[in-house]
Design a protein around this ligand. Structure first.
Ligand SMILES: Nc1ncnc2c1ncn2[C@@H]1O[C@H](COP(=O)(O)OP(=O)(O)OP(=O)(O)O)[C@@H](O)[C@H]1O
Ligand SMILES: [Mg+2]
Length: 276
């Protein structure tokens, strides 16, 4: 089921239950990142990470209701790299936000990592997000009063990591922003802010990484660096990766691609072109 790089990686790995990034055949950046990470949590390829059933989202726009998502059903196995494509306004960001529990759907059911999100209270949802999800927002959502370093350290500090600042610094190095650590978001370019947002999202090695056009503002060299980072998390640490992208080259790295149009899934293809 896993294709491309991921298949090559797993074929070359003697023991899937005990991998480290250093043992992986990725780039130098892959190997440096999370160098303290030794053990991969054991997780079955058959486990379902995301189960979405009959999802509908109706919002008010200009005083009238608009169906932003209609009848969306989707099952994503743990460890899958899923690309989400579709024209502007087709509902990609809305779907990601619902999977992260940032919004409640109008209809339908969402279960993520065994937790039913629909009906959970705000506190429980916040805990679920902190423990399970890394999110790269399309518009970055950095905290304007914190420096780049502090923004990346926030999730680590919330998790009471005693080495939060050191680890945040190492993550900024991985995204090529060591020199910008003490700059505030307003002092950073769009692409630099995007890289800070990616570093923050991956800081806790999330079980599920949701990335909304994470390379949209990046030149191809920097974009590749970010993709290497996300793919390393997916392949080597076993994070499930759901990535919204308009870039066909990036989508081609994925195990599977769904396409949304007018709030509905209109195609669902595996990496080798067959139906999922
Ligand atoms: N809070 C809101 N209130 C009303 N309409 C909304 C709201 N948020 C999104 N929409 C509408 O829902 C539709 C889907 O928006 P969404 O942001 O999910 O699209 P998208 O596929 O991510 O687009 P893009 O590629 O431009 O980011 C759009 O028509 C948008 O105008
Ligand atoms: Mg969007």
């Amino acid at each position: 089921m896993n294709r491309g790089i991921s298949r090559r990686f797993f074929q070359s790995a003697p023991d899937k239950s005990n991998l480290s990034l250093e043992a992986a055949s990725g780039s130098d950046a892959d190997r440096r990142l999370f160098r303290q990470q030794r053990i991969l949590p054991v997780c079955s390829m058959d486990r379902v990470m995301i189960s979405v059933r009959g999802l509908g989202m109706r919002l008010e726009s200009g005083g009238r209701p608009v169906d932003v998502l209609t009848g969306v059903s989707l099952e994503v196995p743990a460890r899958q790299f899923l690309a989400v494509a579709g024209p502007s306004g087709s509902g990609k960001s809305t779907l990601l936000g619902l999977i992260a529990g940032l919004d409640q759907p109008t209809t339908g059911r969402i279960v993520v990592n065994g937790v039913e999100l629909t009906g959970l209270g705000e506190d429980a949802l916040a805990r679920f997000r902190g423990d399970t999800i890394g999110y790269v927002f399309q518009s970055f959502h950095l905290i304007p009063t914190l420096t780049a370093l502090e923004n990346v350290a926030v999730p680590l500090e919330l998790a009471a990591d005693p080495d939060a600042l050191e680890r945040a610094q190492a993550l900024l190095r991985e995204v090529g922003l060591e020199e910008r650590a003490h700059h505030y978001p307003v002092q950073l370019s769009g692409g630099e802010q995007q890289r800070v947002a990616v570093a923050r999202a991956v800081a806790r090695r999330p079980t599920l990484l949701l990335a909304d056009e994470p390379t949209g503002n990046l030149d191809s060299a920097t974009g590749k660096q970010i993709i290497d980072l996300l793919v390393a998390l997916n392949h080597n640490l076993g994070s499930t990766l759901v990535l919204v992208t308009h870039d066909p080259a990036l989508a081609a790295l994925a195990d599977r691609m769904i396409t949304l149009r007018d709030g509905r899934i209109v195609s669902d293809e595996t990496g080798n072109g067959g139906a999922a």
